[in-house]
Write a protein that binds this ligand. Structure first.
Ligand SMILES: [Zn+2]
Length: 103
């Protein structure tokens, strides 16, 4: 397993998707801007409770399943100080973010 890439210059799509998740997390009563509270880790899309194992390799942007051997990029995006979002993208959309997808 390789370490996830941390995105420093996200696309407009990723910034918007991250902002939506920040709003969702605030509605849950959590503080993604806290400087003293716990750091938060969440998926960019959906929740961690989805039991479908194919979602582990489904593109967050186009929803395409990327079977092993096709490449899939896992990265972290930090829209706020205390929040890291896990992002999984197909090779096409990983390239949009400037990241290559590992096979
Ligand atoms: Zn995609």
């Amino acid at each position: 397993m390789t370490a996830a890439t941390v995105l420093r210059e996200p696309s407009a799509w990723l910034r918007a998707a991250g902002a939506a998740q920040v709003c969702r997390i605030r509605r849950m009563g959590l503080d993604p801007d806290s400087t003293t509270g716990p750091a938060l880790l969440a998926p960019l899309v959906g929740t961690l409770s989805n039991p479908d194992p194919q979602d582990d390799r489904r593109c967050d942007r186009c929803s395409r399943y990327c079977p092993p051997g096709e490449g899939y990029a896992v990265m972290l995006y930090r829209p706020t100080l205390a929040l890291a979002l896990i992002v999984g993208l197909c090779p096409v959309h990983a390239a949009v973010e400037g990241v290559s997808a590992d096979v």
